[in-house]
Write a protein that binds this ligand. Structure first.
Ligand code: PEP
Ligand code: MG
Length: 875
């Protein structure tokens, strides 16, 4: 029989797959002897089986549930029907990988019309008992029966207004009793059935609802965003309730063992007195700083500080801890590795090494590659900030970054406008998990309620999205689409700038500057480079990009796309003159002009690269990207080239290709017009010779693209080598150069051992290789790939993440065969996949020497190479 339920003392941390993160950690804390309320976990396997069996709870789950409730009663003396020792439980989701706020939770389960009276009697606090009951009615109604929260909230708020209650805590016991009665009526009106009075039925229905919530839209979106598989299911934790809302000696809170924004080694947390679970996270009341607890309950504070230290040392990582205090006694409800900004992640990793808790290799694995992007984002320019008009300075710096956009008031609006290409700032009183798609689409998020651990703050930090919460001097009126701030009003579409690092909001657009790196970042990247085996180069051709890539730690240039040097209007004319030339002489004339540009460009590139290897890819212009299309363009080009539009159209018709991506491009162009590559190679070598006179030793690596036969390569190489020899002889010196090829066609992979004999290096162009292996046009696949991924025909977009089974097989084969015939051949990857962490994990397993990616992806790629190597060494 499958064991679907484990008591907390049966589990341990290594059982995360089965018990989920929360369940496994609760078990672990129990093992450490920490104060954890008793309970049990229903496994992820039960969830998977439930979803597979058309949402039917397996009968064994029901049997085992009764068994566990019985043994629970034997251990604690508590039961759902006991007069003296009433059992109430919380029911919470807990997947293997934490998905904060994405699934559902129910508290105070077990209460019904009888039990609420027993609770009132036992605690001598009817107010407390009915407060618990109304919360259960509300949460159960929403989570299990899908009754809109608004149905309950509207009545609750009207009731408070009618009786002039300001805070929830002001409502009397009788008032709460009336509210409970009304809430039960809402069940009949909304779902035509009563609130279930039988606790076991409540529990079964609640478990099913949590299992179902695994597949809700927001959970799916969150998993897609965070690369969490959709088929691992969630566990459910059933745990004895402890009550943070049972008076002023009670409370509930969330704390991080270090600052999750800066990484500072200092307890960071918030709590609310006389409050229950979700109040803090939902951001409905603004919580107090954890330091205040020291004066309010010194003993509890002291115990809590000790527990947090114990947990951090045990887990060797910063912990995010949920706790409840019931009548002066501390309970722990959850611990997990805390989510943090990239800046904090790096600071914490470096500090943990310096504190002797972890090794450098372990530190490297503690920072999410995706989060590195956050550190590369711009900040507002100091001088511009001084001039800017302030909207609010009271907000909390929930997630760093600097962003500008026009205001929207709903997640739907954010998504709609972002889809139209607008930059938007989402402004809400608070966010809820339903807003996730709108949050993804926005440049920044601003809320007026909630603290640093509110939903908006936690989710935005996870996404690396600029976010300010708790802007208490601003009112956001979503109905009238107006923001009231101390000095005025803002309306939908107005432009604001948001500083997620300070919590300030400004009017209008503000100039930004690029990020500066901390000492911790430098140290961390140094350890990453020491750990990595694969080198990281960059794909770049402009001086700014090249400089940025070198600043980020690139070890050379893996791809200069020379055709990208001709996108400017002046150069485009010359390139068109070459393409449209009708004879050899015209072509040579056009090339002479192009060469003057190229020599200048290469000189600049090699000067920046110095002795670092620099691959210049010879021209690979898909013709359609370079020819005019509209009538107006055709007229302009005809004028620029001093020919008639008729001649131009005729020439274009001759050149026209049905499939330009499969057409006359790459080395094929040079086979037809050898003078093209000869001109480029002359430009490369002449610029290198010039720099050599200044004692700058360059390492040019000349790359021939889109090769699919050995003869294409050898024919071109022979001519280019002769050109170089001629230049060397003329200058009476030698140049240290390599000639290699891109591997971009499946045939090139299959004949790799023959090609390798003639090549100094290979570089996989995974964009074209993926296009040609699948037969998916890289320009048009975007129209259907998302349908493929949504319907699981493809797990991932192969243009973004390596298709290991197909494209990966070809790469592996080519690498093995090439290295067999020429062990010293240098092999790299320069397509988009060269900057993708998942793909880098694969490349690291094969005999590849380097990856190359765009400059801003370089730090992430270095980290990914380090992490894959650290994992490899652990195996
Ligand atoms: C490639 O095909 O992967 C590549 C790097 O070349 P391009 O994208 O310029 O075709
Ligand atoms: Mg290519």
């Amino acid at each position: 029989m499958t064991q679907y339920i484990y008591a907390f003392d049966e589990g341990r941390i290594s059982m995360k797959d089965l018990l989920g993160g929360k369940g496994a950690n609760l078990s672990e804390m129990k093992r450490l002897g920490l104060p954890v309320p008793d309970g049990f976990t229903i496994t992820t396997e039960a969830c998977i089986d439930y979803l597979k069996q058309n949402e039917q709870l397996p009968s064994e789950v029901k049997t085992q549930l009764i068994h566990h409730l019985t043994s629970f009663s034997e251990r604690t003396g508590k039961s759902f029907s006991s007069d003296d020792d009433l059992l109430l439980v919380s029911v919470r989701s807990g997947a293997k990988i934490s998905m904060p706020g994405m699934m559902d939770t129910i508290l105070n389960l077990g209460l019904n019309d009888d039990n609420v009276k027993k609770l009132a009697e036992k605690t001598n606090d009817a107010r407390f008992a009915y407060d618990c009951y109304r919360r259960l009615l509300q949460m159960f109604g929403e989570v299990v029966y899908g009754i809109p929260m608004l149905a309950f909230d509207t009545y609750f708020d009207d009731f408070k207004n009618q009786h002039n209650y300001v805070n929830d805590a002001d409502i009397s016991a009788e008032g709460l009793q009336t509210i409970c009665e009304r809430f039960k009526e809402i069940y009949r009106e909304e779902v035509y059935k009563p609130f279930p009075q039988e606790p076991l039925k409540q529990l079964e229905e609640a478990i099913e609802a949590v299992f179902k919530s695994w597949d809700n839209d927001r959970a799916r979106v969150y998993r897609d965003l965070n690369d969490i598989p959709h088929d691992i299911g969630t566990a459910v934790n059933v745990q004895e309730m402890v009550f943070g809302n049972s008076g002023e000696q009670s409370g509930t809170g969330v704390a991080f063992t270090r600052d999750p924004v800066t990484g500072e080694n200092k307890l960071f947390g918030e709590y609310l007195l006389n409050a229950q679970g979700e109040d803090v996270v939902a951001g409905i009341r603004t919580p107090q700083d954890i330091d205040t607890l020291k004066s309010q309950m010194p003993d509890v504070h002291q115990e809590f500080v000790e527990v947090t230290k114990q947990l951090e040392t045990h887990y060797k990582d910063m912990q995010d801890i949920e706790f409840t205090i019931e009548n002066g006694k501390l309970y722990l409800l959850q611990t997990r590795n805390g989510k943090r900004t990239a800046r904090a992640a790096i600071q914490i990793a470096v500090d943990l090494v310096n504190e002797g808790l972890i090794s450098r290799e372990e530190a490297v694995t503690k920072v999410d590659v995706k989060s590195i992007d956050q550190l590369l984002h711009p900040n507002f320019k100091e001088e511009a900030l001084e001039q800017a008009t302030v909207i609010s300075k009271l907000g909390l710096p929930a997630s760093p970054g600097a962003a500008t956009g026009s205001i929207v008031f709903s997640a739907e609006e954010a998504k709609e406008q972002a889809d139209e290409g607008k930059k938007v700032v989402l402004m809400r009183p608070e966010t809820s998990p339903e807003d996730i798609e709108g949050m993804v689409a926005s440049e920044a998020i601003v809320t007026t309620h909630g603290g640093m651990t509110s939903h908006a703050a936690v989710v935005a930090r996870g996404m690396g999205k600029c976010c300010v919460t708790g802007c208490s001097d601003v009112e956001i009126d979503t109905v009238n689409k107006t923001v009231y701030y101390p000095d005025g009003e803002l309306h939908e579409g107005d432009i604001v700038s948001v500083d997620g690092s300070t919590g300030d909001i400004y009017l209008g657009e503000i100039e930004t500057v690029n990020a500066e790196h901390s000492d911790a970042f430098e140290q961390f990247m140094e350890w990453s480079e020491d750990t990595a085996r694969l080198q990281v180069r960059m794909n770049a051709e402009t001086p700014q990009d090249i400089q940025a890539g070198y600043n980020f730690g690139a070890k050379g240039i893996g791809l200069v796309r020379t055709e990208h040097m001709f996108f400017g209007p002046e150069r485009l004319v010359e390139m068109r003159r070459f393409i449209l030339a009708s004879n050899h002489d015209e072509r040579v004339e056009a090339l002479e002009k192009i060469k003057t540009y190229q020599v200048k460009d290469f000189e600049e590139i090699f000067r920046l690269s110095q002795d670092r290897p620099t691959i210049v890819r010879l021209l690979d212009p898909p013709l359609h990207e370079f020819l005019p299309s509209s009538d107006e363009d055709i007229q302009n080009v005809a004028q620029q080239l001093d020919i008639s539009t008729d001649i131009l159209r005729k020439r274009m018709a001759e050149l026209n290709e049905v499939n330009p991506m499969l057409g006359h491009r790459g080395c094929r162009l040079a086979v037809t017009y050898p003078e093209l590559y000869e001109m480029q190679v002359e430009a490369i070598i002449e610029s290198v010779l010039k720099l050599q006179q200044d004692d700058i030793k360059c390492q040019p690596e000349i790359m021939i693209p889109l090769v699919s036969t050995v003869e294409e390569f050898t024919t071109l190489k022979e001519r280019l080598a002769a050109t170089i020899t001629q230049l060397e002889n003329d200058a009476n010196t030698k140049v240290n150069y390599l000639i290699g090829t891109m591997i971009e066609t499946p045939r090139a992979c299959l004949i790799a051992q023959h090609l390798a004999k003639h090549c100094d290096f290979f570089s996989f162009g995974t964009n074209d290789l993926t296009q040609l292996t699948y037969g998916f046009s890289r320009d048009d696949a975007g129209k259907f790939i998302n349908v493929y991924t949504e319907s699981n025909i493809l797990q991932l977009d192969p243009f973004q993440t390596l298709d290991t089974d197909g494209v990966g097989q070809l790469i592996q084969l080519a690498v093995e065969q090439a290295k067999q015939v020429k062990p010293e051949i240098k092999i790299g990857v320069c397509g988009e996949l060269g900057g993708d962490a998942k793909s880098i994990y694969q490349f690291n397993n094969w005999n590849i020497d380097y990856v190359s990616c765009s400059p801003f992806r370089v730090p992430g790629a270095i980290l990914a190479t380090a992490q894959s190597q650290a994992e490899e060494s652990e195996r």
